[in-house]
Design a protein around this ligand. Structure first.
Ligand SMILES: C=C(CC[C@@H](C)[C@H]1CC[C@H]2C3=CC[C@H]4[C@H](C)[C@@H](O)CC[C@]4(C)[C@H]3CC[C@]12C)C(C)C
Ligand SMILES: C[S@@+](CC[C@H](N)C(=O)[O-])C[C@H]1O[C@@H](n2cnc3c(N)ncnc32)[C@H](O)[C@@H]1O
Length: 369
């Protein structure tokens, strides 16, 4: 009888663990599993130290004076978070407005397709994805437009993930991924028929530098669209709650200081672009982009327990718990940014490189990471 009880309990515990890790583990269909979480290109034993370094650097983003160091720390950030993002969010590392009756997956795809529709490219064109992550948008955009997409990211781990996903999706003939810094891109002047950036240029210490670089590589007459992270006209610098929310977003998302919506078009014009259109895609009638974060709260608690158990068992790197906790808090700041209306991750700007213009620079540095 005792044996039956012990065996029964053991079987129940084993089944419970299996369900918790393997069934609940992959938060996104076809995504990463909790047991596969890593520190990207950082070896498991160094994850905790790297997290501490990251934290001490980005804790006070407004005080970051050494702008040259930012890309390195952004690279560290993506080593730390890429697997968790894929596991808990999917292959597209951005937000999108919710759409009544549509899944998050469909809403995400439509937001991505809108970007490529705006730059009016098609089969045979060669376009640039500035800050491509693991390539969720790139694949949706290539499949939708049949254009050839070249993505660039500073993070080598993401390059490898993106290449694997491209191959698996049968889109590797249309999608290419390059490791490099978008502030000094390894591409010749006037070499792309269009470009887009989705929630990526917010990592540039100076927006002007990345816009100038995009301007350089675009062919005259072609279009560039960006979804920018900004503070909106509702943000008040003298309101301590507003400041707290924005600093929380900056710390947890590796941002060297969020920009005001009012600076975006001015910067685009400064580097030579004509501004064709500008619109905050988060504004009503769009439904809240942050409702997905709110709905996920219970799942994030479960994820936190899971990550803690896996780290204690030595399956996930030790620092993963700290990184997850940081993201947990960041989700809350982002939600507050959405609820108060002081922050938007989708301030859209559509720009054109004038038809008859030279480029600002003539160099094309080589690819490196
Ligand atoms: C554009 C950027 C990233 C935007 C978003 C894709 C990510 C911002 C915050 C991230 C997350 C927060 C909470 C995590 C949760 C605790 C975990 O269990 C599962 C993953 C999260 C949901 C994670 C997913 C990605 C984000 C929503 C920035 C960096 C410029
Ligand atoms: C939030 S992710 C968005 C990724 C992708 N656009 C998407 O929506 O899935 C930001 C991306 O910008 C890239 N990035 C940030 N700074 C960069 C830099 N200086 N050079 C190249 N890529 C950079 C990151 O590596 C990451 O891939």
């Amino acid at each position: 009888m005792d044996f039956v009880a012990v065996f029964g309990t053991g079987a129940l515990v084993a089944f419970g663990l299996y369900w918790f890790v393997w069934v609940l583990g992959p938060a996104e269909q076809k995504g990463k599993r909790a047991v596969d979480l890593s520190g990207g290109s950082i070896s498991a034993e160094k994850v905790q130290d790297k997290y501490k370094q990251y934290w001490s650097f980005f804790r006070r983003p407004k005080e970051i004076e050494t702008a040259e160091k930012v890309p390195d720390f952004v690279d560290t950030f993506y080593n730390l978070v890429t697997d968790i993002y894929e596991w808990g969010w999917g292959q597209s590392f951005h937000f999108s407005p919710s759409i009544q009756g549509k899944s998050h997956r469909d809403a995400t795809r439509l937001h991505e397709e809108m970007a490529v529709d705006l730059i009016r490219v098609g089969p045979g064109d060669r376009i640039l994805d500035v800050g491509c992550g693991v390539g969720g948008p790139m694949r949706a955009i290539a499949a939708h437009s049949r254009a050839n997409v070249v993505g660039i990211t500073i993070n080598e781990y993401q390059v490898n993930r993106a290449r694997q996903h491209n191959k698996k999706a049968g889109l590797d003939a249309l999608c290419e991924v390059v490791c490099g810094n978008f502030l000094q891109m390894p591409f010749p002047d006037n070499s792309f028929d269009g470009a887009y950036s989705i929630e990526a240029t917010c990592h540039a210490p100076k927006l002007e530098e990345v816009y100038a670089e995009i301007f350089r590589v675009l062919k005259p007459g072609s279009l560039y669209v960006s979804y920018e992270w900004v503070t909106t006209d509702k943000y008040r610098g003298e309101n301590p709650e507003h400041v707290d929310i924005i600093q929380g977003i900056e710390r947890g998302d590796a941002l060297p200081g969020l920009r005001s919506y009012a600076d975006i078009a001015e910067t685009a014009r400064k580097v030579g672009f004509e501004v064709v259109k500008e619109q905050d895609l988060a504004k009503p009638p769009a439904l809240p982009w942050w409702s997905r974060l709110k709905m996920g709260r219970i799942a994030y608690w479960r994820n936190h327990i899971l990550v803690t158990i896996l780290a204690a068992l030595g399956i996930a790197p030790k620092g993963t718990v700290d990184v997850h906790e940081m993201l947990f808090k960041t989700a809350d700041y982002l939600t507050r940014g959405g609820d108060t209306g002081i922050f938007s991750p989708m301030h859209m700007i559509l720009c054109k490189k004038p038809a008859a213009t030279g480029s600002t620079q003539s160099s094309s540095p080589s690819a490196d990471c």
